[in-house]
Design a protein around this ligand. Structure first.
Ligand SMILES: [Zn+2]
Length: 125
């Protein structure tokens, strides 16, 4: 039974495993997954809630900012998230270190990775 050994090793690894998403991934699906938002000033906020209303979503950050965004793969925020551009991390949002590490281990590829479109039972991954 080769299964359990591998699982034990996985638990010990400190660096998060690389995950791959498609470049064309939908913005809402992406932010729903990574729960981070880059503001226009280049500050990375933690997302507390996303309320989808059709092609728009109201986002609430942990520092209690609320704003409405359009679901566009080509928006500034979508681009910044894919390129992982940010100047600083919001102190009020208290984005945990592990989340930033996970984010930095996230890769965006054109032909490889999840589109996040099919919902699998992947909790807290
Ligand atoms: Zn914030």
């Amino acid at each position: 039974m080769p299964g359990w050994d591998y699982a034990a090793v996985n638990k010990k690894t400190k660096t998060p495993r690389k995950r791959f998403y498609r470049k064309r991934v939908e913005l809402f699906l992406l932010i729903d997954k990574i729960k981070l938002w880059p503001s226009r000033k280049g500050v990375l906020h933690g997302i507390r809630a996303i309320e989808k209303t059709g092609r728009q979503a109201r986002i609430t950050t942990h520092c209690n900012r609320t704003f409405v965004v359009n679901d566009s793969r080509n928006s500034r925020a979508a681009r910044w998230l894919r390129n992982k551009w940010f100047k600083s991390v919001c102190g009020a949002c208290r984005v945990p270190e592990w989340k930033l590490e996970k984010y930095s281990a996230t890769m965006f590829r054109r032909h490889h990775g999840s589109t996040l479109a099919e919902r699998k039972d992947e909790n807290g991954g």
